[in-house]
Design a binder for this molecule. Sequence first.
Ligand code: PEP
Length: 252
Amino acid sequence: MRKKIVAGNWKMNMNFDETKKLIKGIKKGTKKKVGKNTRVIIAPSFVNLQTALKRTKKSKIEVASQNMHQSKSGAFTGEISADMLTSLGLDLVILGHSERREYFGETDEILAKKVTTALENKLETIFCFGEVLEDRKSENHFNVVESQLKKGLFHLKKGDFSKIVLAYEPVWAIGTGETASPEQAQEMHAFIREIIAKEYGSEVAENISILYGGSVKPANAKEIFSKPDVDGGLIGGAALKADDFIAIIKSI
Ligand code: PEP
């Protein structure tokens, strides 16, 4: 049975004290009531990863990095390597977030390299992708998503591909308050599973967790998560308030 996942992408929010406080709140709310098949993940900023790891040790919360560089090491001022992350005890990384693609020029080709580096370093990868509004309006969204998946991930062998978690995030729904309808999310998730089945077989497609991201909040989470091909969510804004994040986890 594929895992249900609720992951919080904190982006460039939460200083040291705020990080500790938010973790305390999420820990309290996830002590019981989280099903065995549900994973809870938080992705604080780089500088707070070590604290986050320490403070979530005896809890259901897993910690992910929001990004990493594709190279092993070297002259890349300001960047973080996979080895730096794993040496802290981290085993999860988010790659391909639309903000990384849009503001930091991360192309499909760069992301393909990042994914390879992450897996070589045993970092489970949450791979984000999704169309912009113009693609949706021109009904090109399926082509865009297929292309992002193929270019970013389909160089992987079956065994490695199975270690990926997918996060479909229509860019027009991220941080805008606008959400894809549960039907739109389901339609795209089913399409994604179909493409994966063609490339890697139906068993891989059935077992991969596909998260939806884009303005998920307590008020809409239950309906979105009720769709058969939606296995949870990648949450931005609503992950910054313990009560909201916990309410979303509980609606899985
Ligand atoms: C995100 O950053 O991945 C995201 C989905 O943000 P929000 O929930 O705020 O739309």
